[in-house]
Write a protein that binds this ligand. Structure first.
Ligand code: SF4
Length: 125
């Protein structure tokens, strides 16, 4: 299972830069282009009993790293599909991913309902 490495904490202090827009080489696994490093896990994952203010500050720092990552979309999708229950992935916290997943499920249900209704109308017509 790919697991993005995490960089040193010093990288998080760099002001956020927009992620460069470019085509990815699809033959290369997305996590090989991650800007974070495995040894930076402390920035992306909460230590036990982390105070709220410290958590919010740490998550914002992690999101700043994600904001300049060229594989943010791939990372986010990976975390939503697995799903990854902990940490900041693709610029989203675990709570934000739960909300995104709930919205996605609701949208899928509405699409299925609409498709069934359209099928019923077509069959009756
Ligand atoms: S989006 Fe964030 S967590 Fe994902 S690979 Fe990039 S820097 Fe790491």
């Amino acid at each position: 299972m790919p697991h993005p490495p995490h960089q040193s904490l010093q990288v998080a202090a760099v002001p956020p830069q927009p992620a460069p827009v470019r085509e990815r080489d699809q033959d290369v696994p997305w996590h090989t282009e991650a800007v974070c490093r495995r040894d930076e896990a402390g920035l992306f994952f909460a230590p036990s009993k982390e105070p709220t203010a410290a958590r919010l500050s740490r998550e914002e720092a992690a999101k700043r790293v994600c904001a300049r990552c060229p594989v943010m979309v791939e990372c986010r999708e990976h975390a939503l599909l697995q799903p990854e229950p902990y940490g900041v992935w693709g610029g989203l916290t675990a709570a934000e991913r739960r909300v995104a997943l709930a919205r996605r499920r609701r949208r899928d249900l509405e699409l299925q309902k609409a498709a069934r209704a359209a099928g019923t109308i077509a069959a009756a017509g």
